[in-house]
Design a protein around this ligand. Structure first.
Ligand code: SF4
Length: 454
């Protein structure tokens, strides 16, 4: 049995608490057995045992302690701090063990060290600082398109559990992979599911949850649990995931199918190795990915979703469309070609093609294979217009807000007001202290994505 340190969920986020609580009341699961012993193990003698479901402790060569959180995130705790605050310790099976120390005293004294450790959380992918957003963090999941849930006014809810990507696509619209962004985010799975359920309950039509982060979703350590959680939401009709496919394995596909994943939107951009590598910004596992597409047959729908980048993969379109005709139809189209567009914060390896030119290029291939490439129909994906969640404030409003977490760019920071995140921009905005109350003017409110200027 797992024991939550706290299960309290703050429903009213109008007055966010000090961000200190976002670590202290983090809701990490301690590993406990039915009798309340940690980790299902009896304490040896009078030893206190500190262990968590999602954190494993190990030793660094320096003797300090490294905590690995959700397998992909780390923070370090100085051994001297543990000795001074709690006592001599050893590490057994990922747990900290303090001989001769009372259990309650150990936990009480460990909490501040955990707080401090989480402030230094890093994403192993590129060794970048990371912020963990969880249900007791007082950080809403609406308001930014970098994490949380986006509702653009239809029955599709976009779910964004993390940032960070193992690829380096030269056309990436959000500049993922190695970049100059200062932080990554990771969101607690239960928190995402809980908030997604609230938004879904307001929809008149069955909902599609699209797991489409700014990054690669299969890097999220709780993808299976996330799919399973979304599937349990009463009016969930479809769960789709946007992936570059590189991390797919037969086991993962089996697990995703069992969890309830409906469709993989696969950004397969080329069928020749050179072009695939160029568009991934690294070696693309082409042959394996094609095997995984075939393995999805009978389990999960696959939509090939290449981005057509002028000068990079124009010659690949024919082959990709042909491949799509061999993919099992499971109620959805099997190809959706995307015209490369330039975005202010994206990478720009080429000049974007005008849409009439793009469609003119696709027309002969469309006719050759009898596949619709030029007219995306909402009905193909059962998409319906729906009201968006209400906006608590609008463009040009002056809003009082509390600075709550780092943004990913210099001169930006994320504040919170009335259940929404707001990206605050302005000279040296990134230097505003966490916890400070400020007033700022809203300069963007579209789809409940808020920006404010100071
Ligand atoms: S796989 Fe997607 S998120 Fe990752 S770099 Fe490429 S386009 Fe960006």
């Amino acid at each position: 049995m797992f024991f939550k340190k706290t299960s309290a969920v703050k429903e009213d986020r109008k007055e966010p608490e000090s961000p200190c609580t976002f670590i202290r009341d983090c809701g990490f699961s301690r590993r406990m057995d039915a009798d309340g012993h940690n980790d299902g193990k009896e304490n040896s003698g009078n030893a206190a045992r500190i262990s968590f479901q999602d954190i494993r402790f190990g030793r660094l060569p320096s003797g300090d302690v490294r905590a690995t959180f959700l397998t992909r995130y780390i923070f370090d705790i100085p051994a001297d701090d543990l000795r001074e605050r709690i006592g001599e310790f050893s590490i057994e099976d990922g747990a900290l063990v303090f001989p001769g120390v009372d259990e309650n005293r150990a936990w009480k004294r460990f909490d501040p060290l955990l707080d401090e450790g989480f402030r230094g959380l890093r994403h192993l992918l590129y060794d970048k600082p990371a912020v963990y957003i969880h249900q007791n963090s007082s950080i809403p999941l609406i308001g930014t398109n970098e994490f949380g849930i986006m509702d653009r006014g239809s029955n599709i809810l976009e779910v964004k559990p993390l940032t960070g990507c193992n690829f380096q696509c030269p056309y990436c619209s959000v500049d993922e992979g190695k970049n100059d962004k200062t932080h990554d985010y990771i969101v607690e799975c239960d928190y995402l599911v809980q908030e997604a359920a609230k938004l879904a309950a307001k929809k008149a039509h069955p909902v599609e949850f699209n797991i489409g982060p700014q990054g690669e979703p299969l890097l999220y350590p709780r993808t299976i649990e996330l799919v399973r959680g979304l599937k349990s939401i009463p009016n969930c009709a479809v769960i789709s995931i946007n992936t570059n496919g590189s991390l797919l394995t037969t086991q993962l596909i089996d697990d995703l199918a069992a969890a309830g994943l409906t469709r993989i939107n696969l950004s397969l951009n080329a069928l020749t190795q050179d072009a695939a590598d160029r568009l991934a910004g690294k070696k693309y596992p082409l042959e394996k990915t094609l095997r995984m597409v075939e393995y999805c047959r009978g389990k999960i729908a696959v939509l090939i979703a290449p981005t057509v980048v002028p000068g990079f993969n124009d010659d690949e379109i024919d082959g990709l469309v042909q491949l799509s005709t061999t993919i099992e139809k499971r109620g959805f189209p099997t190809i959706g070609l995307q015209n490369y567009l330039e975005y202010p914060k994206g990478r720009a390896p080429a000049k974007a093609r005008e849409f009439p030119d793009f469609f003119a290029m696709l027309k002969p291939i469309e006719e050759k294979y009898g596949v619709n490439l030029t007219e995306m129909r909402k009905g193909d994906f059962a998409i319906f217009d729906e009201p968006e969640p209400p906006k608590p404030f609008f463009k040009n409003d002056i809003v009082r807000m509390r600075v709550m977490l780092p943004a990913r760019y210099k001169n930006e920071i994320v504040a919170v007001a009335q259940g929404r995140c707001i990206t605050v921009v302005g000279k040296d905005a990134h230097l505003l202290p966490i916890g400070k109350d400020i007033k700022a003017r809203i300069i963007r409110d579209k789809h409940n994505i808020f920006k404010a200027a100071i």
